[in-house]
Design a binder for this molecule. Structure first.
Ligand code: ADP
Ligand code: MG
Length: 378
């Protein structure tokens, strides 16, 4: 009998609910605690329906404390607001960027689902693109193609916007443009165009949920890191430095998830810049809200374990937990993990894996210690 069949028979469930210790959109249903932080995030989210400015929110946390899950929570809490379009992406890249910063701009375009936009706003799209002023003529041409051209040309324009091709002259001609996107200012023109399109579709905010911001410190040498910091700061001031957009463009709200260490490095750079000047202070000055995650309380640890045990990856919530547990089990998990969400899930995962195999009927401290010892996890 495979484990799955066994689990289904014994427990009526299809998967160990602690498998996979990284965030996932479906785990928003098992969200626990963080009330203070969620309240702060929501205080920004409610303003995004009709924002008068751009926003920067920092989500700071150690490894496994739930930064990615927090971004998914923010996305979930904003998903029903039709005036908000949200996009998730991470700073972490596979390769060293050719031009620092530009890669980041391309990622924004990568995270926009053009097909979905086309499907949802078919009737309004033409007029929204028409609202792009003539000064941004190239942007207008490319976005027009991106939504309305036949498939091959449409794909070409999308690869171009995402930085996946470097177009030759023939391709540039097809896209009805002269300039490639080879510096940040040109990329910003495209973003401005896109923000104008959003605004004219009734989308007042582009919400960017950006993960693993600490990678900016390993992407490029120190001398170039300030380019990224300046870019983030520039996006906050955006598009006031572009004269054509004004109130006719959607605003940007950035939720930036960064490791505690990454944040510390930002603060260090800020200190070093006090005499020389630099982009870090202006960036940190622009933070609207900064939230630290930290460890979960014992009560929240219990809630997390309980919620996962009641949750089936198929998406059903069950009245009875997968396996009943007692307080001694929670005490042990709390002792071993000190409330780090990823550690809680890892420990429970080992216990469940082994426990399911053995067909245990109660999760308690002694059983768990025995199973973890057998697996050399304690
Ligand atoms: N507040 C929370 N409620 C429920 N589960 C959480 C919470 N925070 C984190 N988790 C879970 O803990 C694990 C680690 O979270 P993750 O967001 O991947 O951490 P990080 O990005 O900080 O390294 C994931 O499985 C995630 O679903
Ligand atoms: Mg993460």
């Amino acid at each position: 009998m495979t484990t799955n069949n066994f689990m289904q028979k014994q427990y009526g469930l299809t998967d160990n609910p602690f498998t996979g210790n990284t965030a996932d959109r479906s785990w928003v249903d098992t969200w626990v605690d963080r009330e203070e932080q969620v309240t702060k995030w929501n205080s920004v989210i409610t303003k995004l329906q009709n924002p008068r400015k751009n926003y920067i929110v920092f989500i700071i946390g150690d490894y496994g404390e739930g930064k990615t899950q927090s971004l998914f929570k923010v996305l979930d809490d904003s998903k029903d607001i039709s005036e908000v379009y949200s996009a998730y992406f991470t700073f972490k890249g596979e390769q060293k960027p050719r031009t620092p910063g530009l890669e980041f701009m391309f990622r924004i375009f990568k995270s926009i689902d053009f097909n979905a936009l086309h499907g949802k706003y078919k009737e309004k799209l033409g007029a929204a693109i028409d609202a792009i002023p003539e000064e941004l003529g190239e942007v207008k041409n490319v976005l027009e193609i991106c939504f309305f051209a036949e498939s091959e040309l449409r794909d070409l324009s999308r690869y171009f916007l995402r930085g996946e091709i470097r177009p030759n002259n023939n391709q540039l001609k097809k896209l009805q443009i002269i300039r490639k996107i080879d510096d940040i200012d040109i990329a910003k023109e495209y973003l401005t165009g896109m923000l104008i399109v959003f605004k004219n579709l009734g989308v007042n905010t582009l919400l960017l949920a950006v993960d693993e911001v600490e990678y900016l410190f390993s992407l490029v040498p120190k001398s170039q890191q300030s380019i990224y910091v300046a870019l983030l700061r520039g996006l906050y001031d955006f598009p006031s430095d572009v004269k054509f957009a004004g109130d006719n463009a959607a605003k940007i709200a950035m939720f930036l998830a960064v490791s505690t260490d990454g944040y510390r490095r930002l603060k260090e750079n800020e200190k070093q810049e006090t005499s020389t000047g630099g982009p870090t202070t202006p960036l940190l000055d622009r933070i609207d809200i900064s939230t630290n995650l930290g460890a979960l309380t014992r009560q929240a640890t219990r809630d997390l374990v309980a919620k996962r045990l009641h949750f089936d990856r198929v998406g059903k919530k069950h009245f009875d937990p997968l396996i009943p547990f007692d307080e001694s089990f929670i005490d042990l998990i709390w002792d071993l993990t000190k409330g780090n969400p990823r550690d809680i899930i890892d420990k429970c995962n080992y216990v469940l894996d082994a426990g399911i195999e053995k067909g245990i009927t109660l999760l308690d401290k002694n059983t768990a210690i025995q199973l973890l010892t057998e697996r050399r996890e304690i």
